[in-house]
Design a protein around this ligand. Sequence first.
Ligand code: ZN
Length: 429
Amino acid sequence: MKVAAEGTRLTAVDRAAAAKAPAPAPERMAGLAAILDYVRAHGSTTRTELASATGLSRAVVVQRVSELVERGLLESGEIGPSTGGRAPRTVRFRSSAGHLLVADLGATSIDVAVVDLSSAVLAHASEPADIAAGPDVVLGRVEEMLEECLAEADELPGSLLGIGIGVPGPVEFESGRPVAPPIMPGWDQYDVRGHFASYAVPVWVDNDVNVMALAEIRAGVARGHENVVFIKIGTGIGAGIVVRGLLHRGAQGCAGDVGHIQVTDDQSVVCRCGNVGCLEALAGGAALAREGEALARHGRSPRLAKVLEEEGAVEATDVAVAASHGDAASIELITNAGRLVGSTLAGIVNFFNPSLVVIGGGVAGSGDLLLATIRESVYRRSLPLATRDLLIMRSSLRDLAGVTGAAAMVTDELFAPPRLVHRLAGSEH
Ligand SMILES: [Zn+2]
């Protein structure tokens, strides 16, 4: 009787849901999501290509494609290459089906953008900021900057569909709340989503390194790679891990926090996380800046001494630039940092066997020596099989990696099956 009663209840719920908005059946849903996914990843695609990529029959592909066209998510593309008969028509993702608001918060900067659904930037703004000023101040400014961008973009495609935020600390992805972020006082458990409630669209928050890794696999050098490690070397050091084309966030969302792997027993190397001997405490941007300033003060680097005199402080990028100009003490600093990152990375490569390692972040972008040293250490210390086809490349997205990745995070979530059901069930196009 219990089964029957439950059955009745479920049917009633189903009926109520169906009356409100008829949702596609799960099987059909999976097909729609697979087609949308493929077209988003590969651009203009023929129906024949979709059938072979998704394993769906051609008749089913034709039906699903026309449904997605009707819903405004796909549109006719250019005519594809002919294989003898009539040239096939292609379909492509309709990136103008809506727009998104995105922000990338760094330790010392805010970047915001209005983007379309293919992450193309329609308006962008950037300014220095101190994340330690706390969520009310920083997010208040983010909102003002976004409003300025909205006013500046002449024509906005479709309606606002979502908001994506990257923050420089660990985030519990489900709730969108930062969790004990070491450099973000006042942000622990802060309801970032709630701050943007007035926009009445879904909001996703993740740490900046995950967001940058997503940018690389959707729009950067990692496109087409399935297993990727993205390492960010900025003020701190962190990694984003892509497994079979998807971001691996881990059980609590803190996977890839490689900056706090212990690399020395030296008790005097105290990290901002409270432990001693962390990679980041020796090789991160903050450590390089501190060491660089010490070189300048102790007369070991005339070049950095000049920077200190003119700017009042030495930054990690100054050390990288000095090294690229042949400053001996800076070369030593960068080489040591590169070796430490490289040997940690070698362990990760042995463990995970990626086909590509992408090195990004402000420090990595400011000179070739760091990348060269990291590369040399990884190849020297990893297993031959793991490095046989391994590529180690610099990020190609640079300054736009954060906002591009935040946009990719939002579209990935918007068009994943559970939410896609709501979009397709609703009347909204
Ligand atoms: Zn640490």
